[in-house]
Design a protein around this ligand. Structure first.
Ligand SMILES: *Cc1c(COP(=O)(O)O)cnc(C)c1O
Length: 439
């Protein structure tokens, strides 16, 4: 299986040569928080299958909804047609976010593209076509298609394609880890907001939108910031007539403790991008929600003033049904309150790890745990890729973790319990010890 895979499957975010020494794990099936390989070994899905899986694998409620939908309508194009799942989902997302118009894509990156295009086209329709540039935060990640790369500030993803991309401006990140000596997270947020302000002062007339990941810049290494940054950024966007795009592809659906991360700051963005957890991790789907003001600027007799963007699978009925079933799970049980309790259990379980002398900046927001490895303290040279080997050792301890730079993180499904929490924390600590003793 592995040989056939390596011959024909080109894996994402992977230097394929690495598979010579670290072959991909062949997964046969999954249930709840567990992934099972072909030999029956199981691994706790500690990162929710790249942050998408909220309620475990094969959740009976989502499964039943998908089977039922498959019997009714598998797919129909959304141009010229509509169908119950997309209507109901749009109504519900509108009620949850206060933004009443939902436009659908298939992946996170397509949501980013849609939001950027919609913002610039809004300004064009409003008679201000010069407002067509974007701002992103340092270390921001918004997907890897060519348009999304323009606002993605992660060198390794962007470098090779720089000539293809019309780069957005990058303003300072409020990452609390970047605090100067004596600075609080609020101070760091204020300093970053001042950087945004001085950029806007000069360039607002050409700027369509600021796009950011509220509360946690996940791909930057789970860089968390104080909510006050969002309030200041939102006020600056209002003052300078620049759209605020809350890019909640990773942070949405309870991951940071509230249904949507921007709600922790009490702000009202002009656009919200959703994907990943939207379908509970079953099918690809993304949505961009926006205001009446934006929607109305496109509403016209003239075709060219409309938002002429499409994907073949826009609003796919199966994906929308999976999303509805996921939202039903949030309604049926108080997921956010249960997660808050669960997080305490996990905090206690992770304590020996977070106190470890090689660990720095142990942090948590909602259902995201992250810790950085101090390679110098661990006595390992950076070129030995400590964090990467750490994640590899975690697998042998039955736990899926992933590194980002020298950060390790866990983003477990919401259906953890005391036993699986203990397994996850024990595996994470044991893998650290194993990595320290082996070079
Ligand atoms: C994953 C992610 C994306 C991209 O989504 P894809 O479905 O992988 O295209 C964009 N933004 C953020 C914040 C993400 O975490």
């Amino acid at each position: 299986m592995i040989q056939r895979s390596l011959r024909h499957v080109w894996h994402p975010c992977t230097q394929m040569k690495l598979h010579e020494t670290q072959p991909p794990v062949p997964i046969a099936r999954a249930e709840g928080v567990w992934l099972y390989d072909l030999e029956g070994n199981r691994y706790l899905d500690g990162i929710s299958s790249w942050w998408v899986n909220l309620f475990g694998h094969g959740h009976p409620h989502i499964k039943a909804a998908l089977v039922d939908q498959l019997d009714r309508l598998d797919h129909v194009m959304l141009a010229g047609f509509t169908h119950p799942p997309v209507v109901e989902l749009s109504e519900r997302l509108g009620a949850l976010t206060g933004l009443g118009h939902a436009f659908y894509g298939s992946d996170g990156a397509s949501a980013t593209e849609i939001a950027l295009k919609m913002s610039a086209h809004y300004w064009r329709n409003a008679g201000r076509p010069e407002k067509c540039r974007f701002i992103g935060l340092a270390g921001g990640y918004h997907g890897e298609t060519v348009g999304a790369l323009a606002v993605t500030d992660i060198a390794i993803f962007r470098e090779a394609y720089a000539p293809l991309v019309r780069l957005a401006a990058t303003v300072p990140s409020p990452d609390a880890r970047s605090a100067l000596p004596g600075e609080s997270a609020v101070d760091t947020a204020r300093r970053a907001a001042a950087g945004l302000q001085s950029w806007l002062e000069q360039h607002h007339a050409q700027t369509a939108a600021l796009i950011l990941e509220p509360m946690v810049q996940c791909a930057a290494g789970m860089a968390m910031h104080d909510a006050s940054y969002l309030r200041e950024a939102s006020a600056l966007c209002d003052r300078y007539e620049v759209h605020l795009i809350a890019e909640e592809i990773a942070t949405g659906f309870g991951r940071t403790g509230t249904m949507f991360a921007h709600q922790q700051a009490g702000i009202r963005p002009d656009f919200i991008c959703l994907s990943k957890g939207l379908t509970g991790g079953t099918l690809p789907l993304s949505a961009v929600l926006t205001t009446n003001t934006v929607y109305d600027a496109f509403y016209d007799d003239e075709m060219a003033r409309g938002f002429l963007h499409s994907h073949s699978y826009t609003g796919n009925p199966l994906a929308c049904r999976a999303a509805l079933a996921t939202l039903e799970l949030f309604e049926q049980t108080d997921v956010l309150a249960r997660n808050a309790e669960l997080a305490q259990v996990l905090d206690r379980a992770f304590e020996p790890l977070t106190q470890h002398p090689s660990v720095r900046h142990a942090r948590r927001l909602g259902m995201i745990w992250a810790w950085d490895i101090d390679e110098a303290a661990a006595g390992h040279a950076p070129q030995l890729h400590f964090a990467r080997r750490y994640a590899q050792h975690a697998l042998t301890h039955g736990v899926v973790l992933r590194p980002i730079g020298n950060t390790l993180y866990a983003m477990p499904p919401y259906v953890m319990d005391a036993t699986t929490a203990a397994h996850l924390a024990r595996g994470a600590l044991a893998a650290l010890e194993t990595t320290l003793t082996q070079t």
